[in-house]
Design a protein. Structure first.
Length: 417
């Protein structure tokens, strides 16, 4: 009997680990908004007084993502005004808040002093070398030092991205490359792979329990599949495929789903997470780039943004390999203040989850938790880590011999079939 219980427990725990899903947002500017007195109201127009991280948690979110720059003081005034400010001290403080709230923490290394994306990946100003070996060693030491500092500060990441949107490499020009492996303006994929492997090595050494996330974006859907096909000739040492998906840049949900299906077929050993997504609840009047007619089912309204969230989640939940969903910049509020001058600018970002004019929460904020299904809310429980192997029924009673049904293991719902 003891043996059968042990086998069942092993199956239950394995299922729990496999079924765990994560939903939340990249809240990298939240402390800056809060320090500058931004007004956050719930959907009924009432002031949120619990602190925003706690409020997000109360709405079922269980994970947060934060970016980290090497030396954001070296960024341009324009980029600082857009929110480039997350140095190590900033991230230690925010990361600790996230962990203290009992949420999962994804750290996004930018490996630059400023924004990185498919169009820019400047090497940090202090890493003044063109020697790939020197740069790889510098990146390794930097990554290791940052992770050690975060761990000591009580801000231990659960997921780590060694690079942000690295579809075209990183540390340009030496690490500039094409997703299909081609060299690009003086850089090589081999150099890029060397840098990436250095970051992964540091993560594995300092935080062996953390999951490594490799993030690309979908400027061309073929870029995603080409990238991971090329990467596997250098390394397979990562856990999660991370994707950026913004419909107004990357196309319809069918385009995203086609990419997911290919990744599921070719990389069945990897989980897939949407580490950045978003959609507009209103448009800036003069912004002709975003056409309502392109997405007739998702008008640029509160209701349209909500429908996008519903349709996205319905599609993602058809794919068991997809276990993460993060809304980018949900905390956007009050006309996107220029954080250098403290003046209101015309660079409104209306794809956050609060109305820029009123501070009122949009309905999509409350919809995101449906991505978790039956798991919703279970992460709010306090778990004794010395006893998290125990099985409880939904009334909180310890169960020695679980039969078919729903149980709580390690603070999460598990189905025993």
């Amino acid at each position: 009997m003891k043996k059968s219980i042990l086998v069942l427990m092993t199956c239950v725990l394995a299922y729990a680990a496999q079924a765990q899903k994560y939903v939340g947002g990249d809240i990298s500017l939240l402390p800056t908004y809060e320090q500058n007195g931004a007004h956050y109201l719930d959907k009924d127009g009432k002031q949120i007084t619990t602190g925003m991280i706690n409020y997000f948690k109360a709405q079922g979110w269980n994970a947060m993502r934060v970016r980290l720059f090497v030396d954001p003081s070296k960024a341009s005034a324009e980029h600082k005004g857009e929110g480039v400010r997350q140095d190590l001290d900033y991230v230690k403080a925010l990361g600790k808040q996230i962990k203290d709230a009992g949420l999962q923490f994804m750290l996004d290394f930018h490996y630059s002093d400023t924004w990185t994306d498919p169009g820019k990946h400047s090497t940090p100003s202090a890493w003044n070398s063109s020697d790939p070996e020197v740069l790889a060693n510098t990146l390794y030491n930097y990554t290791k030092d940052c992770l050690n500092e975060l761990d000591k500060a009580g801000a231990t990441p659960d997921f780590v991205q060694p690079g942000n949107e690295i579809t075209y490499g990183m540390l340009w020009p030496t690490g500039h490359c094409y997703p299909d492996g081609g060299n690009h303006t003086g850089g090589t994929f081999a150099n890029f792979a060397k840098y990436l492997q250095a970051g992964i090595k540091a993560i594995r050494e300092v935080l062996p329990q953390a999951k490594v996330v490799i993030q690309t974006e979908m400027s061309k859907s073929s870029n995603v599949t080409n990238f991971y096909n090329t990467l596997k000739t250098y390394t397979n040492d990562y856990d999660i495929i991370g994707i950026s998906y913004y419909p107004y840049y990357h196309g319809t949900l069918s385009t995203l789903e086609a990419v997911i299906k290919v990744l599921e077929q070719n990389y069945s050993d990897k989980k897939i997470q949407l580490v950045e997504t978003g959609y507009y609840h209103c448009y800036y009047p003069d912004d002709a780039k975003f056409k309502v007619s392109t997405f007739p089912n998702w008008p640029a309204t509160n209701a349209g943004q909500l429908q996008f969230a519903k349709d996205l989640i319905a599609m993602l939940n058809k794919h068991e390999s997809v276990n993460g969903l993060y809304w980018w910049f949900p905390e956007a509020n009050e006309f996107w203040l220029d954080w250098e001058t403290k003046r209101v600018t015309d660079k409104w970002y209306n794809a956050g989850l609060f109305d820029n004019a009123t501070g009122v929460a949009q309905d999509a904020l409350y919809e995101l938790k449906t991505f978790l299904g039956d798991q919703t809310g279970i992460n709010d429980m306090t778990v004794d880590r010395q006893r998290d192997h125990l099985v409880y029924d939904l009334q909180g009673r310890s169960v020695n011999r679980p039969t078919k049904g729903l149980y709580i293991v390690g603070g999460r719902k598990v189905v025993v079939r």
